[in-house]
Ligand binder design. Structure first.
Ligand code: SF4
Length: 690
């Protein structure tokens, strides 16, 4: 029996280091890795329960075609054959791959190489589109590259933390613990929470701004104007390292405190207090997450935040900077290998298609962006895409208009699903099911929200016939007649990934880990990219400029806040999100009663006044309904929720409506730049069921 193994938590984007010691019964003893710089030994409830989620109950341990057991050879031949026929008859854009921020970087790398380099389509997107695509687009528009400038250490060094659309206390608990520990040592440190809900993070904040939904661009435009009027801009940084300051100032100048208060529903005094605190505190870190990203104005929200940091020069220095915190364990790794439909590998855009093609010796490189997640499922529904391969994700639950996603898959010519479980809502739509290895069984790397690459290491044997995703993808690629997929291990894939990051990179690209190419993969210590020739990671970027745009300057973006949302009569605004102890669609966290004890069933939070008006009693079952779908959930009546709005967690699933599958009610609206769905912008009627 192996001894203690150092690995990384498979859940959120904090990327905590974990020590795992397998036990004879197939479970494992789990503790936080005291040496890992993300968590220094801490784990949250989900991470510490990992050992209880490793049973093989419900695991699908052999390949299936049309629900019948087949050999791996038969399954792989069938996948390669069907993809080949569709491509031959309809062209490469008639096939698609939909991946996941749960995939390891090595899995993602070969999936992207197969699709964009060899099949010749960029129709590969991922559930990370639902998570942080707006941050990617905002970073690229502001910095010229998808770069997170700071490090977790900055959260402890800041004098003020601003959390925007982020319930860090529940969704990234270890980071929140680090902030609270810093505040305990320095009680003057302030925490400001900007969120429509009085979340757990809001309840421990010094100032909570219960902002109206999508009021963020107005708020940060007002802050930008306030900083300009107060003379708080760092004019030297602005002149040397940015462009667009004046145009953005002109666009923001009408956003007075009074107008901001009106547009955001906030008290004037609260807006004024926040603006003064931000102006007077140099060391500010602004953390943002899904409340910012999952919106039709998500990219503008990101740039509204970046603008304030760029204009004041509060970026890339100790204790200051804007900070996107990703939801998933490897959303960042996916970005690095080009897992999104609108980018190539190693943070290259399609204007670098020749570079990637030369490196891969790829015969058929994709030269234009593919379809983003919502468009991609629309193309499946319209039968323009005739074969789709879904890996490690459950879009029938997680996509907006989730019933439409299910209908699209049911009517698709070929649906291939690689997963640990054949019982998910999506796997039930599969023609071909491929059993994938899970956490603890496979090896690779992940990148967390501070750009830190860490190893995930296996400590359990592969169960049944389950295989790692990278192996499955490479087997299919070889059967399709493609060379360049003869990897013996994830270490070989990682080395190639490192090499590509430095290939024809003269310092114009931010992502460069070529110094790791010869590093002992098994012994790889957590390291932040970009990695210097010495092998050292870089903690912060942009403190002295050096942006990855053509002129080396950051762009301060002129913004136009969206008008306030109006709802159809009789409907409540519908917001979705996570609870503390569950992960995504609960295939793993649902296995331990300890985690389900926090919330055992789907629920809706509504304000007491709305409950009274709608004759809804506490804990009564209620039906949520709109033109897209319906759900039945338990009513939790609480003044944590604003009047006129409702919150439903996104974890619960179900085969037949109505269930707690809340994304069935969310319209498929997306940000026009990033394509990220506005998962917090639904509306629905509520009525008592009994
Ligand atoms: Fe895992 Fe995130 Fe919890 Fe850390 S904070 S233990 S990465 S779920």
């Amino acid at each position: 029996m192996p001894t203690e193994v150092k690995t990384t938590c498979p859940y959120c984007g904090v990327g905590c280091g974990v020590l795992a010691t397998p036990k004879p019964d197939g479970s494992a003893t789990i503790s936080g890795d005291p040496d890992h710089p993300a968590n220094f030994g801490r784990l949250c409830s989900k991470g510490s329960a990992l050992g209880e989620t490793l049973s093989l109950e419900e695991r699908q341990l052999y390949p299936m075609i049309s629900g019948k057991r087949v050999s791996w050879d038969a399954a792989l031949d069938e996948v390669a054959g069907r993809l080949g026929v569709v491509i031959e008859q309809n062209g490469p854009d008639a096939v698609a791959l939909y991946g996941s921020g749960q995939l390891l970087t090595e899995d993602y790398y070969v999936a992207n190489k197969l699709m964009k380099g060899f099949i010749g389509t960029a129709n590969i997107d991922t559930n990370s589109r639902l998570c942080m695509a707006s941050s990617v687009a905002g970073h690229k528009r502001g910095f010229g590259s998808d770069t997170v400038p700071g490090a977790y250490e900055d959260l402890e060094l800041a004098d003020m933390i601003v959390l925007v659309g982020s319930n860090l206390a529940w969704c990234h608990p270890v980071l929140y613990q680090r902030i609270l520990a810093a505040k305990e040592k320095r009680p003057d440190m302030r925490i400001v929470v900007i969120d429509p809900r009085a979340t757990n993070a809001a309840q421990t904040a010094d100032l909570h701004l219960p902002i109206a939904a999508d009021g963020d661009v107005a708020l940060f435009s007002g802050l930008y104007a306030h900083l300009a009027n107060a003379g708080a801009f760092d004019m030297r940084f602005v002149a040397e390292h940015t462009r667009g300051m004046e145009v953005a100032r002109d666009a923001a100048e009408d956003w007075t405190i009074g107008r901001v208060a009106e547009a955001t529903g906030l008290a004037r005094s609260d807006v004024a207090l926040f603006f003064d605190l931000f102006t007077q505190t140099e060391k500010v870190v602004t953390i943002y997450s899904q409340g910012v990203n999952q919106s039709t104005s998500g990219v503008d929200k990101v740039n509204a935040i970046l603008n304030c940091h760029l204009a004041t020069g509060r970026i890339g220095r100790e204790g200051m900077g804007p900070f996107s915190i990703t939801g998933q364990p490897n959303a960042m790794g996916g970005r690095e290998v080009g897992g999104l439909a609108n980018m190539l590998a190693a943070h290259m855009d399609f204007d670098k298609a020749d570079t990637v093609s030369r490196f891969w010796n790829a015969p058929n490189i994709a030269v234009k962006p593919g379809l983003k997640a919502v468009e991609l499922f629309g193309a499946i529904a319209a039968r323009r895409i005739k074969a789709v391969w879904i890996m490690a994700t459950n879009p029938v639950v997680s996509l907006p208009d989730a019933d439409a996603a299910r209908r699209a898959l049911k009517n698709c010519g070929t649906v291939i699903v690689s997963d640990m479980f054949a019982t998910t809502d999506t796997a039930r739509c599969a023609d071909i099911f491929l059993p994938a290895a899970g956490w603890g069984e496979k090896s690779g790397t992940v990148t967390n929200s501070e750009r830190r690459i860490s190893r995930q290491r296996s400590f359990l044997p592969l169960p049944g016939e389950a295989r790692p995703d990278w192996w499955i993808i490479c087997q299919v690629a070889k059967r399709m007649g493609f060379s360049g997929f003869d990897y013996a291990s994830p270490a070989e894939i990682f080395a190639e990934h490192c090499e590509l990051s430095g290939f024809e990179n003269n310092g114009s690209r931010d992502f460069d880990i070529s110094a790791l190419v010869d590093r002992d993969y098994e012994a790889l210590e957590p390291v932040q990219w970009p990695v210097l020739r010495s092998g050292a990671g870089q903690k912060r970027l942009f403190g002295k400029g050096g942006f990855f745009s053509v002129d080396g300057k950051a762009r301060i973006v002129a913004l136009n806040p969206p008008p306030p949302r109006t709802l159809p009569p009789g409907q409540l605004l519908l917001n979705t999100g996570r609870v503390r102890d569950h992960w995504h669609t609960m295939t793993r966290t649902g296995k331990t009663p300890r985690l389900s004890a926090h919330y055992a069933e789907p629920f809706v939070e509504i304000h007491p006044d709305d409950a009274e008006r709608l004759s809804i009693r506490r804990t009564q079952l209620v039906r949520l309904e709109n033109a897209f779908g319906s759900a039945i959930v338990r009513a939790l009546v609480t003044d944590r929720q604003q009047k006129g709005s409702a919150f439903v967690p996104m974890h619960w699933t179900g085969e037949t409506a109505p269930t707690g599958r809340v994304n069935a009610l969310i319209p498929p609206y997306t940000d026009p730049i990033s394509g990220q769905p506005a998962l917090k912008m639904g509306c629905a009627t509520l009525s008592p069921v009994d």
